[in-house]
Design a protein around this ligand. Sequence first.
Ligand code: UDP
Length: 247
Amino acid sequence: MQILGVPVNRVTMDEAVNCVEAFIADRRRPHLVVTANSEMVMRANEDPLLAHIMQRADLVVPDGIGVVWASRLLGEPLGSRVPGIELMHNLLSRSAERGWNVFLLGAEPGVAERAASNMQQAFPGLSIVGCRHGYFHRRDEEEIVAALQASSADILFLALGVPRQEKWAAAHLGRLNIPLAMGVGGSFNVWAGLERRAPQWMQKAGMEWLYRLLKQPARWRRMAVLPQFVLLVLWTKLQSAVSRSGT
Ligand code: UDP
């Protein structure tokens, strides 16, 4: 379905994991998985390149409660959230089972390595073929691309923040020989033990965004678009109700 012009796939967590499995099996071309939340939908409305990348992505999962709420209001309910961090967790588990190689690109220096070691403890046998921090210059990109090409990775997780991770993947994925890439935002920080996820009750109540705002008040600038998102969705609903009543 479309939320404010941005596509989001109606998938459950299991379906998303199975889609990824099929993407990895299909070596003819690389695939991009995007995790959409309301902040990202608003950003795509102002950033044509991000919007284009999301439209062309192979899978866009409903990461945030905002997109699920919007889908319900717009009469095409998406079911439940598929949080990116949980999808990543399930893909790491599947990687250990299937022998897929994983590459971690992003976050502050040293974080990907710490995250990798915790991932390998959680999933014995998990093969992590490379780690690289996300604070590189343009001039370093060719070297990073070469490292990725030589890595035999099956999955590239990018923790560079939105929209850099999606743009970086879209720009380079065609020549990396890696069948799957997915942007995971701050997930390496959580895996490295630098940040915690919201408590279960807050996750269940759809308040994970509030927890992140309370923990990192500097996020308010980014989150200031959320009331606008709510108003735009209500406006879209009103418009469709009015146009239906006129027919
Ligand atoms: N980051 C990076 N390079 C940059 C900017 C950001 O590697 O140039 C990392 C940053 O260290 C953090 C992640 O990208 O680990 C973004 O996390 P954030 O919490 O903003 O993402 P969200 O989960 O909200 O999408």
